[in-house]
Design a protein around this ligand. Structure first.
Ligand code: 2AM
Length: 485
């Protein structure tokens, strides 16, 4: 068969199928392949039915022969081994300059490795984050490509045709940076998504348990919040969820088991924050909160062992609803500020030269964290590309200043009522830590020097001088070369 298709897609699960249909709607011919032929048959007889320029193939060799040069091959398969397996299967059938795009949720370290490996074989590799779930894939996802920059010109036209757009027509797809940058940015997106979801669920817990609203009332509250600075996809679907009735007309939400599972991208963000030494506390708490939720049986046992504080909120309930909204907004600002701190650290660590305003724009539409809030983040970095921290931008600073009292009130009410709000409270704690010029870390340094001779610096001496004190009179003058603590 002669070379003809504009692009090929391997992997016909839900994301793959929807992306193919999206590409085809935009006029691109697509060769398709799946490990198990039954899925290919199913696609041909359902979604792809009647679309003559979606061309099925049943071997990798046949698949590669269907593609125009340079070949553009998108892998939409399970992250991990399947990606490496397909790369090995493809290699014998490819020519120098062909392009492999991994559109799955791969770990960015794997993407760094694959980009380098394939460059050695003159194959261009793109690791692309794609967000938006099934609907996004079908009608316009947020696309975060990174990898071998020589490949970008070749795939730009296709990617720009299928991606989401802002109301102003800006594309939610742009080149992110070298090697693993695209998948890294997708990982941070997912981490922020964990944080947003946890924050909303904490607000739900307070509205339900302290304010005492029913699900219909909470639906109304979330709908109202969706016309404020909090306007976002996740708030919108939360309002829908509150109002969704089971067959017996009760809210379906009340029947869903309170055990939140995870696939790992939030965890990767948390681990990476430790590795790079960046305090991404809110996303990490969101991951831990899911871990606590998984302790369902232990929680049930413990609930019978300890008393509740028996707290009753005595002030105006409507005002508390607004305080909760403000606390959610302030905490969300902290979460994004931490996410962008991590992006900055990674950009420096890996020499990716990330453009933070552009990244905010990529997330503006198409993906799960899409929101009007991201416009403000983009603007903050456009106004000041070297902005050290989002909370120092005038727009966000003003919000934090004006919501601070509500935020403190909500966290203290939650503490008094015995309601777990790890994301709200870590956000506030981080904020207080970040705005503290003289912290208590001097004591930690003194303790480290006391028991391990780890040395310390003094605030009344030059910063390059280290001191050791024989605190107890029993230690020697020698200092530790390898601080273990
Ligand atoms: P399948 O339909 O043959 O299972 C999402 O799981 C997609 O990744 C599916 O297209 C699936 O193919 C594919 N996939 C998962 N694991 C794979 C593997 N180890 N090798 C090849 N394809 C795999």
């Amino acid at each position: 068969m002669s070379l003809e298709c504009d692009i090929g897609v391997i992997g016909l699960a839900v994301m793959g199928q929807n992306l193919i249909l999206n590409m085809n709607d935009k006029g691109f011919s697509v060769a398709v392949y799946n490990r198990s032929a039954s899925r290919t048959e199913q696609f041909l007889s359902s979604g792809a039915r009647g679309r003559s320029d979606i061309v099925a193939s049943y071997s990798i060799e046949e698949f590669c022969s269907l593609l125009s040069s340079p070949r553009k091959i998108m892998l939409m398969v399970k992250a991990g081994e399947a990606v490496d397996d397909f790369i090995q299967q493809l290699l014998p059938h490819l020519s120098a300059g062909d392009i492999i795009i991994d559109g799955g949720n791969s770990f960015y370290v794997d993407t760094i490795r694959r980009t380098e490996y394939l460059a050695g074989k003159e194959i261009l590799f793109i690791g692309s984050g794609i967000s938006g779930g099934e609907e996004g894939a079908r009608h316009g996802p947020s696309i975060m490509p990174g990898g071998n920059s020589h490949a970008w010109d070749q795939v730009k036209k296709i990617f720009s045709s299928i991606c989401a757009r802002t109301p102003q027509g800006e594309l939610c797809c742009d080149w992110v940076g070298p090697d693993g940058a695209g998948h890294y940015v997708k990982m941070i997106h997912n981490g922020i998504e964990y944080g947003d979801m946890q924050l909303i669920s904490e607000a739900y817990s307070l509205l339900k348990n302290v304010v005492g609203l029913n699900h219909q009332q909470m639906g109304e509250v979330f709908r109202n919040w969706n016309s404020t600075e909090l306007k976002s996809y996740l708030i919108e679907i939360t309002a829908d969820i509150m109002n969704y009735k089971d067959i017996d007309n009760s809210p379906l939400l009340t029947k869903i088991l309170d055990v939140a599972t995870q696939k790992g991208t939030g965890k990767w963000t948390g681990i990476n924050s430790f590795e790079l030494g960046v305090p991404v506390t809110l996303i990490s708490e969101a991951v831990y909160a899911r871990a606590v939720s998984e302790l369902k049986e232990e929680r049930s046992v413990a609930s019978g062992q300890f008393s509740n504080p028996g707290f009753k909120y005595s002030e105006e309930k409507d005002e508390l609803v607004e305080h909760i909204r403000e606390a959610l907004l302030a905490s969300k600002i902290i979460s994004y500020a931490q996410g962008f701190m991590l992006l900055r650290a990674a950009s420096e660590h890996y020499s990716w030269n990330l453009d933070y305003g552009k990244i905010a724009l990529l997330w503006r539409e198409g993906c799960i964290i899409r929101s009007v809030f991201l416009d403000k983040i983009k603007q903050a970095f456009v106004n000041s590309p070297d902005l050290k921290n989002l909370i120092l931008d005038p727009y966000f600073k003003t919000i934090i200043e004006s919501t601070q009292a509500s935020w403190r009130k909500v966290v203290s009410v939650a503490v008094q009522a015995g309601i777990s709000v790890p994301a709200f409270s870590t956000a506030l704690s981080f904020f207080d830590g970040y705005r503290t010029p003289n912290s208590a870390a001097n004591l930690i340094q003194a303790q480290r020097d006391y028991f391990g001779a780890h040395t310390y610096k003094r605030n009344d001496r030059p910063g390059d001088q280290f001191f050791h004190t024989n605190w107890s009179g029993r230690g020697g003058e020698a200092t530790s070369g390898s601080g273990l603590v």
